[in-house]
Design a protein around this ligand. Sequence first.
Ligand code: ADP
Ligand code: MG
Ligand code: MG
Ligand code: MG
Length: 400
Amino acid sequence: MSTYHPLSEEQAIAYSRQIPQLFQPGAELTSQEIGDGNLNLVFRISEAATGKSIILKQALPYAKVVGESWPLTLDRARIESEALIIEEALNPDLVPHVYAYDAELALTVMEDLSDHVIMRRGLIEGNQYPLFAEHIGRFLATTLFYTSDLGKNQQEKKLQQGRFINPELCKITEDLIFDDPYRDAETNNIEAPIRDAAEQLWADTELHFEVAILRNKFLTAAQALLHGDLHTGSIFIKPDSTKVIDPEFAYYGPMGFDIGAVLANLLLNFAAQEGWSKDEVSRSAYRAYLTQTVKDVWTHFEENFRALWNEHGVDRVFATPGYQDYFLTNLLRDTVGFTGAKIVRRVVGLAHVADIDKIEDAAARERAQRMALTIGTASIRANRQISSIDELIAIATRAA
Ligand code: ADP
Ligand code: MG
Ligand code: MG
Ligand code: MG
């Protein structure tokens, strides 16, 4: 099995058999394709007798979105496996272990996390995860610090950057997040009842100015190796464990983009409580949990990041008194701006979130969409002014 071809379930079993030190020869294996089939195949291979199981994730050479196909590089499988390995070295407890990567087949063999749930689903079900903020705050701090010029030798950083240029996947983000939502683009996906809000968005040139600032940062600010797609569908969770998956969009970009992705998805669920909470009491309780989590994610990130900088900073000039505070103020501002951009695209852009789309009651869904747009646009507008995470929480609370 050498040249590229998408594996069948049977071929995935045959492939798994020849990976050294995983399954016994002659083991009875079953195979199931569990991915959503849009971008990648995901096979779960398991051995009933021992309970052992693994995941094979294979990239497909195209992306199939709204019935339309476009070619998409298989090299993203390399980027994903290399990013997972870098992330795992920094935080072994927060990333699935990579057993093997096969360049020909664009395939990564990794730890099976089926005992976790996808966080988006967990939040829709109304669960709380008390360790999440601490885990993701540490994940963000270590990956962003150690891959940046603050924590990595600048020559090494540039060499690593060369392995993560990722133009095709970056273009998806550039178009779907930083362009299409702000004009009447064909790729947009706007429900009829909120057409007026979308039209307002398209006419708002002051907002477009702020989006241009964020877009330019996404295009040019090679601060650190980002995950690049850190929404709650890329996080596996259970009460005592958090695992980050799916870094195929990884590239060197602005740190606030990853932090903002996490906060945006918490706030999208905040808006979606229009449709999920049983009553006002449980709605405000769950929203309080979500805004507290927004605050805790930033706080844990900041504490970890400052500690790493103080103890492991590699650059003398960046140790100049006052510079760390200046850097973190700007990073919070970027984070809030990217939070807003990530929210807006999930309401009017191509790819929505289940938190809102799966609300059956049309009136509640519309309220959630409008609330998300209010939070998103206000966050974008605040991106150059904000000075505390509490101001982002106030934006959400005011919209509710
Ligand atoms: P895509 O890039 O196509 O979005 P993901 O990496 O997000 O692929 O995986 C898609 C789905 O496959 C996940 O939502 C999850 O259900 C399943 N999956 C992916 N990786 C694992 C894993 N390591 N363990 C268990 N299930 C996984
Ligand atoms: Mg998917
Ligand atoms: Mg995914
Ligand atoms: Mg993906």
